[in-house]
Design a binder for this molecule. Structure first.
Ligand SMILES: [Zn+2]
Length: 425
């Protein structure tokens, strides 16, 4: 007599070729910001075909912009759809929501990829493609984990949701939309690429745009002008002091104390000037900075604002009229810590062990924004973040390990089975 676990893992195995084909189809969708709707149609159709009750909910700043989980948005959300597939159970078990994001970051210089980033390529154990790891593999794993449970001849006693959201890579407003609309559960599982480890804590993050205003001039009289680009470089230099200050604060925060840079002020974009032989009048840079769980993102934002004001008295280059404009343009969210020993974690730990031939589950700190924070911080919901081994996410030649993906799919399926409870069909 084979156990329910064995039957479910055998079903994961049987379905895995189809799962990889499905993942390849999903990677082909170039689901960059504000261009996710074709991928979301694909997911909605797949969920519908599997008997889920499918809802499409648009990210709508006018409707939920006041919600504390919502972050500043600078784009129109006309075509920004989130998908939820639900299966309502009458069994009385605990409910579970799988939360994944379908948006991906741009590929960068496509000619530096070994093969085109939106044409999935298999090479041995690896599947290459932008978003393959972060996190289309996880999204697909949640769907096929539930398929495996059904194929093994079981149904779940608790309600289950598959959420596919937009905006994770910039504001978190897709997950915030679903949260504000009441799509939560007794536990959240977000299969981000974590190398088969559980995320113990993440960082709070705020994202900013800085504009410097220079005085344009002809290079024959450079002293009459002031370069906005030079000002920006100088400003970034000052911000490194703020970053160093925030890094030092990791002392006394046990989970973060060993990380070399848990706050990571990164400048992601910069543009300035409009003519090769003019002293530039304008420069714009965008970036992000992190901070520690338990801290108010608005207080951290106010600290950055005060730092810039202070600069006007400290550095003559910024004295006089204000030459710097700061705008908050993306996620403004607190970090979370997953408390040790919750029932969700205990059940997850044993699911991982069964799918990994007894190997224990490791946990670690991921010092970046995660949509799981929306549910953990604003809903006080146990939020487990755990997914496959991947490499080069947000980089060149992003790839996900297929053997890892199969183990992760098994782990997700066993967790759903044991968390929600099983009925034999
Ligand atoms: Zn991600």
């Amino acid at each position: 007599m084979t156990s329910a676990h064995d039957r479910i893992l055998a079903a994961v195995d049987r379905l895995f070729d189809d799962q990889v084909l499905f993942l390849e189809r999903l990677v082909r969708f170039k689901s960059l910001r504000n261009a996710e709707s074709a991928a979301q149609d694909f997911i909605a159709a797949a969920l519908k075909e599997r008997g889920f009750d499918v809802r499409r909910i648009r990210t709508d700043a006018a409707k939920i912009g006041h919600h504390p989980a919502f972050s500043p948005a600078t784009v129109a959300y006309d075509d920004s759809w989130n998908i939820v597939g639900r299966k309502i159970s009458t069994g009385g078990g605990r409910s579970l929501a799988f939360n994944s994001h379908v948006d991906v970051v741009p590929a960068g210089s496509e000619n530096r990829w070994t093969s085109p980033p939106f044409e999935p390529r298999r090479d041995g154990d690896w599947l290459y493609g932008r978003g393959a790891g972060d996190m289309k593999a996880g999204l697909v794993a949640s769907i096929f984990a539930l398929d495996a449970i059904a194929q093994a001849g079981f149904s779940l006693r608790g309600d289950v949701q598959v959420q596919s959201v937009v905006e994770e890579e910039i504001t978190g407003n897709g997950a915030a939309t679903l949260f504000a609309e009441g799509f939560t559960a007794d536990a959240i599982l977000s299969p981000e690429p974590t190398d088969e480890q559980l995320v113990r804590a993440n960082a709070g993050v705020i994202k900013f745009r800085l504009e410097t205003r220079g005085r344009p001039a002809h290079p024959r009289e450079p002293e009459s002008g002031q370069s906005a680009i030079d000002l920006m470089i100088r400003l970034i230099g000052h911000l490194r002091r703020l970053e160093a200050d925030w890094i030092r604060q990791r002392i006394g925060k046990p989970l973060f104390a060993d990380l070399p840079n848990p706050v990571a002020l990164t400048i992601g974009t910069i543009a300035g000037g409009d003519w090769i032989a003019s002293i530039p009048s304008d420069c714009v840079a965008e970036g992000r900075i992190g901070f520690y769980p338990g801290e108010d993102p608005k207080a951290r934002a106010a600290e950055v604002e005060a730092f810039l004001t202070q600069l006007r008295t400290e550095d003559p280059a910024f004295a006089g009229e204000n030459l710097v404009t700061l705008t908050w343009v993306g996620v403004m969210q607190a970090g979370y810590e997953l408390p040790e020993g919750t029932p969700a974690e205990e059940i997850f730990r044993s699911a991982h062990a069964v799918a990994h031939a007894g190997e224990g589950l490791k946990s670690y700190v991921m010092a970046c924004y995660l949509d799981a924070a929306i549910f953990a911080v604003h809903g006080n919901t146990p939020a487990l973040v755990y997914g496959p081994v991947s490499e080069n996410i947000h980089g060149i030649d992003e790839r996900v390990s297929l053997s890892s993906l199969k183990r992760v799919t098994g782990t997700l399926a066993l967790f759903a089975a044991d968390w929600c409870g099983l009925d034999e069909d």
